[in-house]
Ligand binder design. Structure first.
Ligand code: CTP
Ligand code: MG
Length: 391
């Protein structure tokens, strides 16, 4: 017997799929041999054990039940199907009524986001507490304009915007009362985070995933088909990447290296704090994931990173990887240089870097026997390798 979970996920699949026009309610349209709903449930059952409530269109409960049984495996006891309503909000409400008494946390997920990685579901699961909602989001990449008919009225700063995905996670008691309040007010919200926020509760954002897109139109369905075909052709093996960085000693202040400040040591010159260890790690991680390099994401065209420390670069790199479906396996970096003497602070540096990246980071140091620019004490040279895992 599995322990009774305290978290549930409501998978709303009761929409008709008007925009997809796939000949059946959207959840039952096939991506490959499996339906949109089945793929969504495969992701759900690969995440942490939760009560799973599937909300199906009226008349399609049996079909939803078959997909649910097939995906659930030995977790079938945790799963059930209920009938949805005329709007998404009504459907979520129907799901809420099916929650067990022990449930204190609820995730709400669109079946239409069929390829959402289990890691995103787990990240939402982990981030919800008893007061705050959690919303996975992606940065907006397109340039946006405010329009009025054919006219362009204004530019919109995309840095202020982000796109919302699911699953969204909430403390059950507050979500239930927010749903009751929305029902009384007769207001329809486009997602649960908006409904929850309207009731006065805070919502925290975490990184979403490119694979968490919503299948809305035929071109979205094609994209899902391509992604599945690509992952079938190339099984999700770990990937490795390499990064190097060289900085000369120079400038004012203390040295920053391997995420630590080194009082009394000569600093390295550079656009940011000159932390060559952090920079080599960023390149190794981006290279492993095939996502470009440090110049592209953090270079001089991004003045916001001038003077930034390793924590900023590395945390953003971790986010970029997560948004593109990669978890970090581990990182190993080695610097060549006469100074600073590293071994007394190795454990401290590794702990800081490991904490920022959420994966083991080891750092070693060596001198070059007086040879080359590092041997002459002109600067530091770093090599890093990283392993990332598609999730
Ligand atoms: N949904 C639902 N009940 C509804 C409407 C929508 O459970 N009455 C679910 C859909 O099944 C989907 C999610 O909410 O998983 C997001 O909705 P959307 O993408 O708009 O799906 P549809 O409403 O089915 O599509 P369309 O708007 O094109 O008709
Ligand atoms: Mg809809």
């Amino acid at each position: 017997m599995l322990p009774v979970p305290h978290t549930a996920i409501i998978v709303v699949a009761a929409g008709s799929g008007t925009r997809l026009a796939g000949g059946a309610p959207k959840a039952f349209v096939g991506i490959d041999a499996r339906s949109i709903l089945r793929h969504a449930l495969d992701g759900v059952f690969a995440a942490a054990p939760m009560q799973v409530v599937v909300v199906a269109p009226s008349g399609f409960e049996g079909q939803a039940e078959s997909d649910l049984r097939a995906a659930a495996g030995d977790r079938a006891d945790l799963a059930r199907v209920v009938t949805g309503g005329a709007t998404r909000q009504e459907s979520v409400k129907a799901g809420i009524t099916a929650l067990w008494g022990d449930i204190d946390t609820v995730l709400v997920h669109d079946a239409a986001r069929a390829l959402t990685p289990p890691a995103v579901i787990d990240a939402v699961f982990d981030a919800v507490d008893d007061a705050t909602g959690v919303l996975p989001m992606l940065p907006v990449v397109d340039t946006l304009k405010r329009v009025d008919g054919e006219a362009i009225v204004a530019a919109v700063d995309r840095a202020e915007l982000a796109a919302a995905q699911t699953p969204q996670g909430f403390p059950r008691a507050l979500l239930e009362s927010a749903y009751a309040a929305a029902g009384e007010a007769g207001v329809e919200y486009t997602d649960d985070a908006a409904l929850f926020a309207a009731a006065g509760h805070p919502v925290q954002r975490i990184p979403g995933s490119e694979r968490g897109f919503k299948i809305t139109t035929q071109s979205d369905l094609e994209r899902a088909r391509h992604l599945l075909a690509a992952s079938a052709a190339a099984p999700a093996l770990p990937r490795v990447g390499i990064g190097t960085d060289v900085h000369a000693f120079g400038g004012e202040g203390n040295l920053w290296l391997a995420g630590l400040e080194w009082p009394g040591e000569q600093p390295l010159s550079g656009h940011s704090d000159g932390d060559a260890v952090a920079h080599a790690i960023v390149d190794a991680l981006l290279g492993a994931a095939g996502l470009g390099d440090i110049g592209e994401h953090f270079g001089t065209v991004h003045p916001e990173y001038a003077g930034a420390h390793a924590s900023v670069f590395l945390a953003r790199t971790r986010e970029i990887l997560a948004e593109n479906g990669f978890a970090i396996g581990n990182v190993s970096a080695q610097f060549q240089g006469n100074r600073p003497k590293f071994s007394p602070r190795r454990a401290e540096a590794q702990a800081v870097l490991t904490q920022i990246l959420g994966a083991p980071v080891s750092v070693t140091a060596t001198t070059t026997d007086g040879l080359g620019f590092t041997g002459r004490g002109e600067g530091i040279s770093v090599t890093a390798i990283a392993m990332v895992v598609p999730v």
